[in-house]
Design a protein around this ligand. Structure first.
Ligand code: GDP
Length: 307
């Protein structure tokens, strides 16, 4: 059987279900699933392989594509558009529920923000993954499918439920049809080292958001300084991570009274990382003030935003 393998950029508004889909496809925790929008900022890459279907999709995340225009986000939008130029196809994950409501009320299927994304995607091979179809009636989906077809003329529309793991074979099969015929590039269970580090950074960042609640703006980044795997065979990994923030006041929040906050962040993050890496983890966290880190492209590149 011919194998199809290539790169797929996942495009999706926060909460559309991108992380859930990644997790369902790759079968490991590769993006932090969160009810809080926009915790995924870095470009995560996963590899979804189905040997029976003869498909390997190398998945690229494009978090900037839905961003508004600020100095930080402008950079991310550019990065996301660049990512789209480099891939074999774009897969746009749309939450079916609001689209069903829009069409039922006689409004355009895509709202203004989605229209902006549509224009950024235009001209690329596009698959629409219509997600969360478990939340809507089947008959109400038909006019939505027709409206998407008329508006975007995608190569395919695949109704899925990332949460209930429905339609995922169809999605992989559809991708496969559109990806170049070639042997798999990665071993089937491949999760790259770089990806693993990104996930670890993402997990720490998510713990920061969860524990500091609304006190910190999204002006925090996590950099993995050292990832010592020399004792991994014995089940131990030692990680040094730096939490970057913009102001001394943010650093004070992150550290907390008598170091209580950083300790809580460390404990929670360590548990998550241990689950991910399946071994004991020693996690050393440092909080560093880097004024304006969000506005410096070189710095962003160092954090992995530019791939
Ligand atoms: P992301 O921001 O696009 O990565 O979205 P997430 O994967 O974090 O999902 C956002 C929310 O939608 C979470 O509460 C998920 O459990 C939920 N969700 C994702 N996919 C589905 C689905 O197929 N059906 C339902 N009912 N909920 C979903």
């Amino acid at each position: 059987m011919a194998f199809h393998c290539g790169t797929v950029a996942l495009v999706g508004r926060p909460n559309a279900g991108k992380s859930s889909l990644l997790n369902a496809l790759v079968g490991a925790r590769i993006a932090a699933v969160s009810r809080r929008p926009q915790t995924t900022r870095t470009r995560l890459v996963g590899v979804a392989t189905d040997e029976e279907l003869g498909v390997q999709a190398i998945l690229v995340d494009t978090p900037g594509i839905h961003e508004a225009w600020t100095p930080l986000n402008a950079f991310m939008v550019q990065e996301a558009e660049k990512a789209l130029d480099e891939v074999d196809l774009a897969c746009w994950i749309l939450d079916a529920e609001p689209l069903v409501t829009a069409v039922a009320e006689g409004r355009p299927v895509l709202d203004g923000a989605l229209e902006q994304v549509a224009s950024r995607i235009a001209g690329r091979t596009l698959v629409v993954a219509l997600n969360k179809v478990d939340t809507v009636d089947k008959p109400s989906l038909l006019p939505v499918l027709a409206a998407i077809e008329a508006r975007l003329r995608p190569a395919a529309i695949v109704p899925i439920s990332a949460l209930k793991r429905k339609g995922l074979d169809d999605l992989l099969r559809t991708w496969g049809r559109l990806l170049p015929e070639q042997d798999p590039i990665h071993p089937p269970d491949h999760v790259t080292d770089a990806l693993e580090r990104q996930i670890v950074a993402e997990l720490v960042r998510e713990c920061v958001f969860e524990l500091t609640e609304q006190e910190l703006p999204y002006a925090t980044a996590v950099e993995i300084e050292r990832f010592d795997e020399s004792a991994r065979a014995e089940g131990r990994v030692h990680i040094h991570a730096k939490i970057l923030c913009e102001k001394a006041s943010q650093k004070a929040i992150l550290i907390g009274k008598g170091g209580t906050m950083i300790k809580r962040i460390g404990i929670r993050a360590r548990k998550g990382i241990e689950g991910l890496l399946d071994c004991h983890v020693r996690l050393d966290l440092f909080v560093v003030v880097e004024p304006d880190w969000t506005k410096k492209p070189r710095m962003l590149r160092g954090l992995g935003y530019a791939g």
